[in-house]
Design a protein around this ligand. Sequence first.
Ligand SMILES: C[S@@+](CC[C@H](N)C(=O)[O-])C[C@H]1O[C@@H](n2cnc3c(N)ncnc32)[C@H](O)[C@@H]1O
Length: 223
Amino acid sequence: MALPSTRLNPEPGQAVYSTLSLRFYDIYVLGLSNRYFWRCPTDQIQQKYNAFVTPRHLEIGVGTGYYLDKLSVHSPFESLCLLDLNENSLDATAKRVQRFNPVKVKANALEPFPLEARSFDSVGINYLIHCLPGKPEEKGVVFDHIKEVLTDDGVCFGSTIVQADQASMAASVVMAIYNHKGIFGNHYDTPEAVSAELHRCFDQVNTELVGTVLLFSARKPRR
Ligand SMILES: C[S@@+](CC[C@H](N)C(=O)[O-])C[C@H]1O[C@@H](n2cnc3c(N)ncnc32)[C@H](O)[C@@H]1O
């Protein structure tokens, strides 16, 4: 059972996403940081989106909407829901993928989602978990909320930056600075600890460590 999340302050992890910083997000995070700090090519994450997105999709922690915009499938959605605590991220993404008629939901991923139970066949959660405060067993509550809105045959997939032995010196320094500033909250996020939270909530879990990024997919929500 994940610990209650009420003492976790979600503000610092989302405050950095201003209209201005989102303009540089793709180039700085997806272009430079993924390659040089975290050593997980953006293309590899995109492949997961191409593989796992379904017509009824919920995206949590949307940023600029890059991966949804670059999907290889032409017209993938019946319904697309974007959930984020930050209105700038919601607006930027909704504008970018307006061709999919997305619905925006402003909500904290650490609290139960204001969405209908079992209404999505896929849920993407990419680079959000490392922004959340708390230990993995506290922030893992996000997987409890995901499984509530996921259908029995649905898939939850995503990635998160973790503390990994193979982190370069540059990656370790950058991560320490981001944790100090509250932009990241992944000081205790080891691959094992994040996996344990996934296994607590799902019967089928796949994980893969690429550089300092844990890629995951999970099926069969435990009811
Ligand atoms: C690092 S960006 C990830 C963007 C995108 N998913 C990607 O992979 O490029 C993190 C996103 O999560 C959002 N976020 C941070 N904390 C949140 C929270 N507690 N609840 C919901 N969204 C949050 C931020 O506003 C931002 O849009």
